[in-house]
Ligand binder design. Structure first.
Ligand code: R5P
Length: 310
């Protein structure tokens, strides 16, 4: 087994490597003067089972190109099997045509990864499970739920919890987490009654005096979460925290969360947290390296990966 890291999240790749006790393979992933990506693998890769760890987080296009070029280099170096490990799969939200003459970019990215020469994909909490079908190679979609459960047990032990989906699309993911911790489910139903009027947020479920945990795959601008927190507190919730797998947190998101009514926002480190995030009391980081590392170990040993979630 060999592990190669792109530049998107080196600390995570290093933690995976130390969990597996497999040093990161020596490689050079750098830019030419005109910013083109250049990759040189500095170890023999013939016949190896190679895992390339790279989140396609911002700058998504640069990180995607790094991933594709590393895979190409490995294929030409006669690696036996190449697994693209994408802790965060960028472009996943573009998984359907929102209107005429628009792309399905998630499918295009899947095509590119396959065309580059990946034999397998390993990722976590895909925005929509069906994206697995965009690949014609085996694709494992891990769930952050077990690490969330451990954290919830430590942090919220004994409290009257309720899991809340911030939109109707996230109900399956949220219910699955609720079942693991024995908590009821509530749903935030956003509706614009008439064009030009502001959105109304209805809460489905009685959240009175409950400690609410919002659950989602992505926090980007933070708008969804902060508005949901406000609506839940307005409906009698005692406190609102959130468990989100991928902290995209673009633009003013960290400020927005810092100034929100959310008590705590727990994110994993699939995307490398910035200093601003690390220094904020509102945020908590849940380490994901062991889960990903264990899935990699099972992949290379040809053992079950799904049993990680039983
Ligand atoms: C959307 O369907 C996703 O699951 C997230 O709810 C969304 O990406 C969050 O975005 P934002 O933080 O910008 O509201």
């Amino acid at each position: 087994m060999k592990i190669i890291a792109g530049n998107s999240n080196l600390p995570l790749a290093e933690e995976i490597s130390s969990y597996l006790n497999v040093p990161l393979a020596k490689s050079d992933v750098r830019r030419f003067a005109d910013n083109e990506v250049f990759v040189e693998i500095l170890e023999n890769m013939r016949g190896e089972d190679v895992f390339v760890v790279q989140s396609t987080s911002a700058p998504a296009n640069d990180h995607l190109m790094e991933l594709l070029i590393i895979i190409d280099a490995l294929r030409r170096a006669s690696a036996r099997r190449i697994t693209a490990v994408l802790p965060y799969f960028g472009y996943a939200r573009q998984d359907r045509k929102p209107g005429p003459r628009t792309p399905i970019s998630a499918k295009l990215v899947a095509n590119l990864i396959e065309a580059a020469g990946a034999d397998r994909v390993l990722t976590l909490d895909l925005h929509a499970g069906q994206i697995q079908g965009f690949f014609d190679i085996p694709t494992d979609n891990l769930f952050a739920a077990p690490v969330f459960v451990d954290d919830i047990k430590k942090r919220f032990n004994g409290q009257n919890l309720m899991v809340v989906s911030p939109d109707v699309g996230g109900v399956v993911r949220t219910r699955a987490l609720g079942n693991r911790i024995g908590a009821d489910l509530a749903i935030v139903d956003k509706r614009r009654e008439r064009a030009g009027e502001s959105e109304v947020m209805n809460i489905i479920g009685d959240v009175t005096d409950r400690h609410c945990l919002l659950v989602d795959d992505i926090v980007d601008s933070g708008g969804t979460l902060c508005n949901a927190a406000e609506a839940l507190l307005g409906n009698g919730a005692k406190s609102v925290s959130a468990y989100i797998t991928h902290g995209v947190l673009s633009g003013e998101a960290v400020n927005r969360v810092n100034n929100s009514q959310l008590e705590k926002l727990l994110i994993t480190d699939t995307i490398q947290p910035t200093k601003e995030i690390l220094s904020s009391e509102k945020f908590g980081i849940i380490k994901i390296a062991e889960l990903i590392g264990e899935a990699m170990r099972r992949t290379t040993d040809e053992h079950s990966v799904s049993s990680l979630f039983d």
